[in-house]
Ligand binder design. Structure first.
Ligand SMILES: [Zn+2]
Ligand SMILES: [Zn+2]
Ligand SMILES: [Zn+2]
Ligand SMILES: [Zn+2]
Length: 172
């Protein structure tokens, strides 16, 4: 079967509109289509009930639904993306994240679950832990604060007085 990039959609056509040999064979069940309307998709004809997603059985002849084919499967968009799409690239290890995998999200970034850790100290976050996104790196609260201090020192070298204010802990 032809692989359709970006998906295609079915068109509903009236069967037997004038054509002498109007009976078409359904590509789904193999029987002749004697219904009033039939679906044309992927250059084949289908009963309205036969053009279904091979995964979730949803009908693909509905208006606006897009169908995708891959490896002899006809799939709805949702299942296609779930099975063959990908979520994006892990911001930490830069590898592809398959669409069916669980991901962690931070702002617009996505991460493998196992990659979602402080990129400074490898601390794994638990529910409720705070994390920070700093220069596109995930940081735990501790490393984030430490980095903030260093960043401030690098970008505008502080006088001793400023440094003292930023690092009150060092004073005592
Ligand atoms: Zn059929
Ligand atoms: Zn489906
Ligand atoms: Zn990763
Ligand atoms: Zn850390």
């Amino acid at each position: 079967m032809v692989e359709v990039k970006g998906g295609s959609s079915a068109t509903k056509v009236a069967s037997g509109a004038g054509a002498p040999s109007s009976s078409k064979e359904c590509a789904g069940c193999g029987k002749l289509i004697s219904d009033r309307y039939l679906l044309k998709a992927l250059d084949l004809y289908w009963h309205e009930d036969c053009l279904k997603c091979g995964c979730c059985d949803c009908r693909l002849g509905e208006v606006g639904s897009t169908l995708y084919t891959k490896a002899n499967l006809i799939l709805c968009k949702r299942d296609y993306l779930r099975l063959f799409g990908n979520t994006g690239y892990c911001e930490a290890c830069t590898k592809v994240i398959p669409a069916f995998e669980m991901v962690m999200r931070a702002r617009s970034n996505v991460y493998h679950l196992e990659c979602f850790a402080c990129q400074q100290c490898n601390h794994r976050f638990c529910v409720g832990d705070r994390f920070y996104l700093c220069e596109n790196k995930i940081l735990c609260e501790y490393d984030y604060e430490e980095r903030l201090v260093f960043a401030n020192m690098a970008y505008n070298p502080p006088s001793i007085a400023q440094l003292k204010r930023q690092l009150p802990k060092l004073e005592g």
